[in-house]
Write a protein that binds this ligand. Structure first.
Ligand code: DGL
Length: 271
């Protein structure tokens, strides 16, 4: 059955598991095939060409797994390689990214006269690409957009510095910058960041709408599958979690990102 084919999703490493978990919660009947390119992470400081090259290789792997959807669960790859992956995959699967659903939600009802201010934080690759900024300006020209690369957040989270003095200091240092002054909403433009969403909201005194990007993406996939009659009626098999390089520490943080114990399998697609 075509609808029972899995949803494939990928990230540079384990960050995309926040999106996988949201998908699993919203769409429990869908089988997921996750690929984390741990052999090449981080993507956040790589060039566009390199991110595109890795993304195309992973798309081929997910096509081999017969995925009906390929969701780029990494902002760095979504902002630098989406069009290339879509052109490469063609009609073999539906290709989605994690940026469009968030932009749609944040711009919903905000026309040219809206004067709200939206902040975006993410990796250097995501912020420097200008993708979020451009897409928001196109949909809601009146909205003020500001952005800031916050590259220390990924290693900070991966090393387990969450809800403690070190993470509080780093969050304060980044979020107090002039670039983000006066924002009404904040887009967490990196799939690692939902882990520190509550901490960020608290730092902002709960006065800024910090978007739950993983859930927004999962709901948008659900809407797409429903509207296109592509929902699986039952889960065809267990969810699969592949990573291109395995270390015990990936296992520990993978469980934190997926919020439950998962079985990581090493699959080096690069050799
Ligand atoms: N999770 C990736 C993203 O959403 C960032 C991690 C990395 O730099 O590889 O951009």
């Amino acid at each position: 059955m075509a609808n029972e084919r899995p949803i494939g999703l990928f990230d540079s490493g384990v960050g995309g598991l926040t999106v996988a978990h949201a998908l699993h919660t919203v769409l429990p009947s869908e089988q997921l095939v996750y690929f984390g390119d741990t052999a090449h992470l981080p993507y956040g400081d790589k060039s566009k060409e390199t991110i595109q090259q890795y993304s195309l290789g992973i798309a081929d792997f997910l096509l081999e797994q017969d995925c009906k959807v390929i969701l780029i669960a990494c902002n760095s790859a979504s902002s630098n390689a989406f069009e290339e992956v879509r052109a490469h995959v063609g009609d073999r699967a539906v290709v989605m990214n994690v940026i469009d659903p968030v932009v749609e939600q944040v711009c919903d009802g905000r026309g040219a006269t809206c004067t709200e201010s939206i902040g975006i934080i993410g990796t250097k690759a995501t912020i420097d690409s200008g993708t979020y900024q451009e897409k928001i300006r196109k949909q809601a020209p009146g909205v003020q957009v500001s952005s800031l690369a916050t590259p220390l957040f990924v290693p900070m989270i991966e090393e387990g510095f969450v809800f403690d003095d070190i993470s509080n200091a780093i969050i304060r240092s980044y979020l107090s910058r002039n670039e983000l002054e006066g924002i009404d909403s904040l887009i967490l433009g990196c799939t690692h960041y939902p882990i520190i969403r509550n901490q960020i909201s608290r730092f902002l005194n709960f006065e800024v709408n910090v978007l739950d990007t993983a859930r927004i993406v999962a709901l948008s996939v659900q809407k797409f599958l429903t509207e296109n009659d592509m929902l699986a009626s039952r889960r065809a098999g267990n969810n699969q979690f592949y990573i291109s390089d395995f270390t015990p520490s990936f296992e520990v943080i993978a469980n934190m990102f997926f919020n439950e114990k998962i079985d990581l399998q090493k699959r080096n697609i690069w050799i």
